[in-house]
Design a protein around this ligand. Structure first.
Ligand code: NAP
Length: 324
């Protein structure tokens, strides 16, 4: 990697969901002129949602993309700049830290990693082949294409209940396919889905294959208790089985847990400042982490934003301690 001081920033934020944009707002207001490398899929997972009713401050709710656009503009107002490229490489072994994005090298005194998480898939060949042709991981993006048609949602967590309930706005019927007999979803989400007359539950059912040539025509299901197979004719499959953290780029560079989530603060095994008040510090001094890339428990826009604020304040304090 070359040194390119023209592309030097005190703060570089990788990722532009609620965590990254809140970190940008705080570091921008601290006059640190952050660069947000927002990626080609800017805005994070809220870009794939419709109405957000649980982000404080919006009595009547707000559309996910609108919320992200507002956050982006708010951070921009105080001096944040944006780069619509994906980061392809990082070198965190020396300072200034090096980040490659869109064939350019960027250097930074401190980096905030807020790359979020992405939807998991079942890993079936035909699921991959028919992605976008009846298979989707985002009901809010693709649900409207399936007006008056029969659909399936894979999964038994909150995401599956949310997707299934949302899809009943369009679909004639929604089949929830779950591999066990008990749902993982919270009671309120379960109750809402169970009370919906358009939703049917298929318990102990694994999806063995997705059927269809040009588009989805059905699913091949297997009873996980008896091994018995059957086919379910329908037009679309929405996969809602959880998420994977976007940390491929940081493997062997930052400390990650078994599931690939970024480890921060007191949970670090190789901590450079044990007991430090910098709760979002990673194992590399000067690199901080925030949002869904760290948090596999709460995963809310408001908790991600809160952590983004913490990471910004931590980065600011750390820069001060370095005399920068
Ligand atoms: P999750 O809670 O991890 O649930 C994933 C579901 O998919 C589980 O039911 C799991 O089955 C199933 N699954 C996983 N891998 C599978 C595979 N290979 N084949 C078949 N089924 C598979 O994920 P989530 O529903 O995305 O929720 C993640 C977090 O976000 C949770 O904390 C949740 O509360 C939160 N969330 C909240 C809201 C809300 O409040 N509005 C909405 C969405 C998500 P098993 O149960 O058998 O493991």
């Amino acid at each position: 990697m070359l040194t390119a001081m023209t592309n030097h920033h005190k703060v570089v934020i990788i990722g532009s969901g609620p965590a990254g944009l809140t970190a940008a707002l705080y570091t921008a207001r601290a006059n640190l002129a952050p660069l947000v490398i927002e990626g080609f899929q800017a805005g994070g997972q809220l870009m794939l949602t419709t109405e957000v009713e649980n982000f404080p401050g919006f009595v009547d709710g707000v559309m996910g993309p609108e919320l992200m656009d507002t956050m982006r503009k708010q951070a921009e107002r105080f001096g944040t700049t944006y780069l619509s490229q994906d980061v392809t490489d990082v070198d965190f072994t020396v300072r200034p830290f090096k980040i490659v994005a869109g064939d350019e090298l960027y250097t930074a005194d401190t980096v905030i990693v807020s790359t979020g998480a992405a939807a998991k898939t079942l890993g079936l060949e035909n699921e991959r082949r028919l992605m976008g042709r009846g298979v989707s991981t985002c009901a809010t993006c693709d649900g409207a294409f399936f007006r008056d048609q029969e659909l399936a949602v894979a999964g038994g967590g909150d995401s599956a209940m949310e997707e299934a309930t949302f899809l009943t706005r369009f679909a004639s019927k929604v089949n929830v396919i779950h591999r066990r007999e008990a749902l993982r979803a919270s009671k309120i989400m379960q109750d809402r889905a169970r009370a919906n007359p358009k939703i049917d539950f298929h318990w102990n059912s694994a999806i063995d294959d997705v059927l269809g040539e040009q588009s989805v025509t059905g699913l091949k299901l297997k009873d996980t208790m008896t091994g018995e197979g059957r086919e379910l004719p329908l037009k679309g499959l929405f996969v809602a089985i959880g998420h994977t953290p976007n940390t491929e780029l940081f493997k062997n560079k930052l400390e990650l847990d078994e599931a690939g989530y970024l480890i921060v603060g007191d949970k670090l095994k190789s901590d450079w400042a044990p007991g430090s008040p910098l709760a979002t510090r990673t194992n590399v001094e000067g690199i901080f982490g925030a949002g869904d890339v760290v948090d596999h428990i709460y995963r809310q826009a408001v908790t991600a934003a809160g952590m983004g604020c913490q990471a910004a304040m931590d980065a600011e304090r750390w820069l001060e301690s370095q005399g920068e």
